[in-house]
Design a protein around this ligand. Structure first.
Ligand SMILES: [Zn+2]
Ligand SMILES: [Zn+2]
Length: 89
């Protein structure tokens, strides 16, 4: 019962993976990309909808529930632009 000291010789990182709860995994890992479980998973970003705890795969995207809202707005704007181009002339 002698040696109890166990030092970690390498620099470790904290897993940046965002869990479904909206919190970061924060598990210590060797890889800056994340812990063993999340290293190979695509990074998630929190939904751009304020107050929403869901995550999305795209940095400026919204979760499944809110993506329709944001996508439809962009779609509407594109249609508006197309209409202007057609009628103008
Ligand atoms: Zn993790
Ligand atoms: Zn959302």
């Amino acid at each position: 019962m002698g040696c109890g000291k166990k030092e970690i010789p390498w620099n470790f990182y904290y897993c940046p993976y965002i869990l479904r709860t909206g919190e970061e995994c924060n598990r210590r890992c060797y890889d800056p990309k994340g812990c063993k479980a999340h290293r190979n998973s695509p990074k998630h970003y929190p939904c751009i909808q304020p107050g929403c705890v869901k995550n999305t795969f795209s940095e400026y995207g919204a979760c499944k529930k809110h993506s329709g809202k944001y996508r439809s707005r962009a779609f509407y704007q594109r249609q508006k632009l197309a209409k202007i181009q057609v009628s103008g002339g």
